[in-house]
Write a protein that binds this ligand. Sequence first.
Ligand code: SDX
Length: 432
Amino acid sequence: MTQETVTLVDNRTGTSYELPVLEGSLGPSVIDIRKLYNETGHFTFDPGYTSTGSCESKITFIDGDEGVLLHRGYAIEDLAEHSNFLEVCYLLLYGDLPTPDQRQQFEDTITHHTMVHEQLTAFYRGFRRDAHPMAILCGVTGALSAFYHDSTDIEDPYHRMVASHRLVAKIPTIAAMAFKYSIGQPFVYPRNDLSYAENFLQMLFAVPCEPYKVNPVVAKAMDRLLILHADHEQNASTSTVRLAGSSGANPFACIAAGIASLWGPAHGGANEAVLKMLQEIGSKDRIPEFIARAKDKNDSFRLMGFGHRVYKNFDPRAQVMRRACHEVLGELGIKNEPLLDIAMELERIALQDDYFIEKKLYPNVDFYSGIILKAIGLPTSMFTVLFAVARTVGWVAQWKEMIEDPSQKIGRPRQLYTGAAKRPFRPLNERA
Ligand code: SDX
């Protein structure tokens, strides 16, 4: 089959260049520009990577126009309905859903890696009690490379596997410890008799003074939240992890870099920002005022939890999240949650507003998640931590795929330089 190409013509020189077109299994094809600079002397220019494919991947596929999200070919709606988070972890890491034996072995492995080195607890004492849990999560996760030298050789497949298991297993423990530290309660050790979501909940909410009883409704909601946040193609934090990993940095440092990137309010920090926005709106009758602000070019305010770089239709995760929101609040007997009422009214009004329709701004994964997390009993400062706990498996899977890609090399973008041309140094006494 002849190689598909596109022709690039440099009108200044009349020279034309044939650029190969690479077809994927789903979604847009790509123009292979790896030789562009050597052949043309030009760079491409795409600061937000809105039209750039940074890698080849088999993990997650998103169709933004159709609202499709697949993990290794399985629809997110099916995984949220029929699977559980550890199965999705296995799927993302190893390429397919596990057999019963594979699932049991993987669950045993992860369960027996959930404890952290006891000396790691000393790191928490160095933070102020009011430190943001994301700051603690970022710092302590990066510090794991100081403890686990036996799984930092990225060239060794066994090291990569052990590091992957350690990160997936320990991130909820580290996250729960950050929460306990922030509220002045003792750390709670993991329990091997509980599922991943149940264990995370008991490490968050158990106290030594009484037995902790897992609420199955809350555990199911937590497991579904983790599934919905597990991976999402080449988003900002995943691209951060890939770029950090491309230099050969150890996996613990790479995941800490991903946590830092996720923290931003334009990305994973949006779920915390949504709750603060709903609390600031305060009542349905103030919604028009905030819609107007979101549309005002002179106002930096944006409707948090709305819009997405890829989804220009609905975010399939938001739809599952909205249903989960109603189920959890209903089953927890929370009848009139004013923030949910405001969120639903805000969504209704925005989706009828020409500005949001024209700019294709729909609720994203962060719009409803905060209301569920608030109902579960987490403070807003822990919302992005939950996102990071879930996304760690996606980051690790993408990192592993990059390391195992024979064509991967260190990421090193170029630029369009518009600064000063070369000029002579001026001694201090000549500078007015
Ligand atoms: C996540 O990439 C991923 O996959 C991320 C994520 C994942 O799972 O990893 O899905 C998780 O990060 C979800 C997004 C959470 N962020 C928010 O909810 C913050 C609010 N949303 C925006 O900041 C914004 O929508 C982004 C950052 C999400 C997307 O921004 P883009 O793609 O760069 O779009 P843009 O900023 O170019 O906006 C296009 C237009 C602009 O107007 P014009 O300049 O064309 O006139 O839409 C406007 C924007 O002003 N716009 C909004 C808006 N989002 C975009 N206007 C009001 N409110 C908003 N929320």
